[in-house]
Design a protein around this ligand. Structure first.
Ligand code: RIB
Ligand code: CA
Length: 307
């Protein structure tokens, strides 16, 4: 049994990603930790609890983490996912409640409970994970691998021409995590907007799958609207892609090990994930970058888990 911890800023794509992980019988989500990002922390916690209840399988404990980036003011994304983070569905409040422990402490506790086995899937800004590394420097030795949805990969940014949202919200935290000794796989915005992109017919198929498929289609309404500004009809399932790579590594068709770093000192390039493809820095590889997945397999898994 694979043991996962999911760190999330729980907006619409995070919510569907949580459904996927909770409905995959071969893995166990040991905990869900929430970080401020798409939504203010309390809304992210609320949406995580709603997602757990919607999944209808088992209920991992949910923990609140960092309410703002390490140094910067919080930038949220109501313009992308709606005021409630879930496409303004105005769902009823969850009946369950978060736990009282802090998410940063839980990341450390779970790593110690499953030494060498715990895999983390990071779907939001990396503030929680950065704080955990600062608090427990041996963390990289305890964690099997971190799958990070972040950075623009080899494509354009979605917040600035060079920066993707998760790394843009807290570039200092992203820098700290990427420079750490953690085993890291990064799934960038480019992959989500390419093979993984869900077009109108994919969304219609989602909608035909029953309650969870309808939720996945409906909660993405604001994201579909936002994506039109890129001249595209549909949406990039960023967090769903990251979870699928973590659950089913065989869907990856192209990846490479490389030296990467996050720009946090320049205002113009703040949050850029810079990939040294030609190894001109001569620095040792510190990350595996995914550049292509099998779209057919990804979509089959997505539809199967939501059926
Ligand atoms: O840039 C896309 C990422 O930012 C996704 O994780 C989305 O949920 C937002 O957090
Ligand atoms: Ca997210």
């Amino acid at each position: 049994m694979k043991h996962f911890l999911i760190d999330t800023d729980t907006a619409s794509d995070d919510a569907v990603a949580l459904l996927m992980a909770l409905r995959e019988p071969s893995v166990r989500v040991e905990a869900i930790t929430v970080v401020a990002g798409n939504c203010p922390l309390d809304i992210g916690v609320r949406n995580a609890l709603i997602s757990v209840e919607l999944a209808g399988t088992y209920a991992p404990p949910v923990y609140a983490g960092m309410p703002q980036p390490l140094l910067r003011e919080l930038v949220t994304s109501e313009h992308v996912h709606g005021k409630d983070g879930l496409g303004n569905m105005e769902l009823p409040s969850p009946t369950s409640e978060k736990q009282s422990d802090h998410a940063v402490d839980i990341i450390i506790e779970m790593a110690r409970r499953f030494p060498g086995e715990l895999e983390i899937i990071a779907l939001g800004p990396l503030t929680n994970l950065a704080m955990a590394i600062l608090k427990e420097p041996t963390l990289p030795d305890l964690i099997r691998r971190v799958y990070i949805m972040g950075g623009a990969g080899l494509g354009p940014g979605n917040m600035t021409p060079v920066a993707e949202f998760n790394f843009y919200v807290d570039a200092e935290a992203a820098h700290l995590v990427i420079q750490s000794k953690l085993a890291k796989t990064v799934i960038g915005w480019d992959v989500c907007m390419a093979e993984a992109f869900l077009n109108r017919s994919d969304i219609a198929h989602l909608d035909s799958l029953g309650a969870l498929g309808e939720f996945a289609a409906r909660t993405s309404v604001s994201l579909i609207e936002f994506t039109k500004s890129f001249g595209m009809d549909g949406f990039g399932p960023a967090d769903q892609t990251a979870v699928a790579v973590a659950l089913y590594p065989d869907i990856v068709t192209k990846q490479f090990d490389v030296y990467g770093y996050v720009e946090y000192e320049s205002e113009k390039a703040y949050g850029q994930f810079i990939i040294d493809q030609l190894q001109v820095t001569g620095k040792p590889h510190n990350v595996t970058v995914i550049t292509e997945i099998d779209a057919k397999q990804f979509k089959e898994k997505l539809f199967q888990l939501l059926s």
